[in-house]
Design a protein around this ligand. Sequence first.
Ligand SMILES: [Zn+2]
Length: 447
Amino acid sequence: MSLVAGYVGLLQTERVVPWAKSPPGRYRRVEDHVGSVAATGGIVSSAGTTTGANTVTSPVGAAAPTNNAGAPSPAPAAISQAAEDFRRLLAGFEPDELTPSSCADVAEALAKTEMACAAARARAAARAARAGEHRRRGFADVQDWLSSRTGSTMGKARAEMETSREAEKHPAIADALRQGEVSLSQAEEVVRVEREVPGSAEALLEVARRSGLGQLREEARKVTLGSLAPEDLERRQHQARHFRHWRDALGMVCFSGALPPDVGVGIANRVDAEAARLRREVGPEGKSEPFEAHAADALVKLLQGQGEGSGRTEVVIVVDLSAYRRGHAHPGELSHIVGGGPVPVRSVKEVMKDAFVKAVVHEGVKVLRVKHFGRHMKAEIRTALELGQPPGFEGAKCSLPGCDRRYSLEWDHVRPFSRHGPTSYDNMQPLCKPHHWEKTQRDKGVS
Ligand SMILES: [Zn+2]
């Protein structure tokens, strides 16, 4: 707790409800950059997605030789022949001879085919491996055989086989894989959550079909976190904490790990703020380096106790005032770390004992009325915006409908600053970098 002590903010949501209709705030996740404070952090809601479709169970290891459409399997020779023809076609493919629009069509068609191929490959490999075929081909180990044939790692080969085996127990997942609608990595995520929260697969497959792995993981996190009582979640997070390090080929010290959100979110936010500060300092020429490089510098500085405390709130806990007074939350009442998922009210009280509590909200309502016409945003407004949109307060994300990006966010004046838009809670919104750029171009066009 030492790293975050003194940086906890308590929000009394009773006082905040009048904020409705306001734009969401901003929140950047450092786990995307650091790659270590991940996994256990997250955001909650959508308990509704955990009910519905029944889980279909079939005996483990039972092979499913026919496909879901009931059509007979094509002869293996036909697949091998078609694959060879297709590879020949691809070898001669020249994107420069096509229009950009046709190239986009080809890219999309190939992406789908690639996923369908990977799924079929994993199923074929699993069947071959069960019969010990890899040994007849000179490999003592299945993963060794697969990784040498696919050019990937043993870990990935193992994960793919497990996913494909597990997916066969759930017709909807198996079918989405066969049709090339989702990737094996996506299916792995869906399978994992389905195991934790039976009946969640259908809704997650929908997310997987229309978005990438990042957004699916976020949805998966919501489903998993929403299915657990806060006390159970906290216990499991505590058990899942870990840190390990190793050396890579370059001699770099690499590390990975996972921290419970009550400490992890604070550390992530500090690294992020410090990295952003360092990036501003280096000026335009240093900007060619990726954000991750500055985040690494920031981490070192903070571990050495040299980071510049910017004085901003680093962990914000949203809790309903009545839940806080009672000591536990009733259904529908909030008690969560912004950007970190639910926490038991008891833990909030624990945290507050040794922390300086910044009662954001007490003055919060007033804060929102603060308007000024300088470009620079006041810290109180920023803090309020970073909570995200009421009533969930799940942290800021890009305000463009359907975008949902939570990293590399920038603050946008809804009514442009150049046209006397105030720097106020109501007129500021987070936008991801690309959408902020687009908005600025549009604003320029109008003025
Ligand atoms: Zn966006």
